[in-house]
Design a binder for this molecule. Structure first.
Ligand SMILES: [Zn+2]
Length: 385
C-alpha cells in the first residue's frame, strides 16, 4: 500500500523525508529556537534544542530517503564513499574492464580498506548535487547521475539547500548493522557458502550439525539448522534474524570441533571472523558503557577489514555483496555515535500496524480504520488479550 502511494509522489520517500525534516528544522525551528518542555510544574519550562544525529535504515530505506541509486548503480555507496560496484555480467562477458581495473586509485566494493575508498564529507556530497543541478544537457546529467550514484530531483532531500545546515548526508547516514548481518544479511549467505565447502571437504552438512547439537545437549534447542530449513535454503539460510542471532554459536562450536580453533581453510577462517563480529554485535545490543563502545569500535575496524580480506580469499571478489562494504563503514559510525543504533526493535513493532491494515481495500477506510485497529491491538496486548 505504502509503495503504491509513494510512487505517485514526485521524489517519493525522499520528498517525504525532506518535508518531515523541513517541518522540524525550518518551520518548528527545533534546532535554533528549541522546544519548550515542562519537566517540573514549579519551575519555568525548559528549552530543549534538538539536532539530527543519524538517519538510520537498511540499504533500501537509505537509498529511498537520500534518493540514491544504491547497489543497482555504478557508485552504490552514494553519500558515504566513492567505491564502485562489481561490473555488470554483460561487461564481464564482453571483456569490458571495470573502472577499478582501469584506475588503481578507484576501489570497488570488495576493497577491505576504508582508507582507500575515498570517503565523502557532507560538502563533497553537496558539491556533487550542485553539479547535477547545474547540468543542462540531459545526456551529461544521466552520465553524472550514474557516476555519482545520486539521482537529480529538486524535490528531494539532498537538493533542499535550506536543510543543509541541519542535515548532513554523509555525517548522518547510518547503515543498520542488524540488516547488514542478520536480517537477510551476510551471515545467512556465508553459512550456506561455508556449509557447501564443508560438504565437499569432509562430507558433513546440516544433519551433522543437528546430531552434534543432540550429542552435546545444546540448549535451548535450536530450529535454525533443522531439516525443514535446510530443504528450503539455497543461496541463503532461510531463518529469522533473531534465530540466527541466538543460534550461530552452535554452528561455530561444530565447525571448531571439526576443523580446530586454528583452522587455516579459507572458508573456516572467514566464517570464524564473521562470528567474532557477531559476538561484538551481541555485546552492543546490551548497551555497554561508552568507554566499552569505543573499544569495540576500534577492535571492529581491524576485524571487519580482516574479515572482508578473508571472505574475498575464500570465495572470490564476485561473491562480495554491497552489505559487506556497508559493514566496513559500521565501526566508524558506531564510534562516532557512541551507541549501536539499529532498526531491530522498531521494525518488530511494525507488525501491529500491518495487522491493522489487513482486509482494508477501500482507500477512504484506510485512513480511518487502521488507527482504531492498531489502538485496539495495542490495548488488548497491554490488558493481556
Ligand atoms: Zn562506502
Amino acid at each position: 500500500m505504502r509503495t503504491t502511494w509513494v510512487k505517485k509522489l514526485d521524489g517519493g520517500l525522499s520528498r517525504l523525508t525532506r518535508d518531515l525534516l523541513r517541518t522540524m528544522f525550518i518551520e518548528d525551528k527545533i534546532a535554533t529556537d528549541g522546544v519548550s518542555l515542562i519537566l517540573d510544574r514549579e519551575l519555568p519550562p525548559m528549552i530543549v534544542k534538538i539536532s539530527l544525529c543519524s538517519i538510520l535504515g537498511d540499504e533500501d530505506a537509505l537509498n529511498d530517503m537520500f534518493f540514491t541509486l544504491g547497489a543497482s548503480g555504478i557508485c552504490p555507496c552514494g553519500v558515504l564513499c566513492s567505491v564502485t560496484n562489481k561490473p555488470p555480467p554483460t561487461d564481464t562477458d564482453n571483456n569490458i574492464p571495470s573502472m577499478s581495473e582501469l584506475d588503481p586509485e578507484i576501489q570497488d566494493i570488495s576493497c577491505a580498506d576504508l582508507a582507500l575508498c575515498h570517503e565523502l564529507c557532507d560538502k563533497d556530497v553537496w558539491a556533487r548535487c550542485d553539479q547535477l543541478e547545474a547540468c543542462i544537457d540531459k545526456k551529461v546529467l544521466d552520465e553524472k547521475e550514474r557516476c555519482t550514484g545520486i539521482k537529480f530531483n529538486p524535490s528531494t532531500l539532498l537538493f533542499c539547500k535550506e536543510l543543509r545546515v541541519f542535515v548532513g548526508p554523509s555525517s548522518t547516514s547510518t547503515g543498520d548493522p542488524m540488516h547488514i548481518i542478520f536480517a537477510n544479511g551476510i551471515l545467512s549467505m556465508e553459512i550456506m557458502l561455508c556449509m557447501a565447502s564443508v560438504r565437499e571437504e569432509v562430507d558433513a552438512y546440516f544433519e551433522d550439525v543437528r546430531n552434534f547439537s543432540d550429542e552435546k545437549k545444546y540448549r535451548p534447542k535450536t530450529t535454525c539448522f533443522s531439516k525443514y530449513r535446510e530443504e528450503h535454503s539455497h543461496a541463503t539460510l532461510k531463518v529469522q534474524a533473531s534465530e540466527l542471532l541466538s543460534d550461530y554459536p552452535l554452528l561455530r562450536a561444530y565447525l571448531v570441533t571439526v576443523y580446530g580453533v586454528n583452522a587455516t581453510e579459507p572458508h573456516i577462517v572467514s566464517i570464524l571472523l564473521l562470528f567474532e563480529i557477531c559476538d561484538f554485535i551481541r555485546l552492543l545490543l546490551k548497551h555497554p558503557p561508552q568507554c566499552e563502545v569505543q573499544e569495540i569500535s576500534h577492535k571492529l575496524q581491524g576485524l571487519c577489514k580482516k574479515y572482508i580480506e578473508a571472505f574475498v580469499s575464500a570465495y572470490g571478489r564476485d561473491m562480495v555483496r554491497f552489505k559487506h562494504h556497508q559493514l566496513l563503514h559500521f565501526p566508524k559510525q558506531l564510534g562516532k555515535q557512541g551507541v549501536m543504533l539499529s532498526c531491530w526493535v522498531t521494525e518488530r513493532k511494525n507488525k501491529a500496524a500491518k495487522l491493522g491494515m489487513h482486509h482494508t481495500g477501500n482507500p477512504a477506510h484506510q485512513e480511518t480504520w487502521p488507527d482504531s485497529r492498531i489502538t485496539r491491538c495495542a490495548c488488548s496486548k497491554r490488558l493481556g488479550g
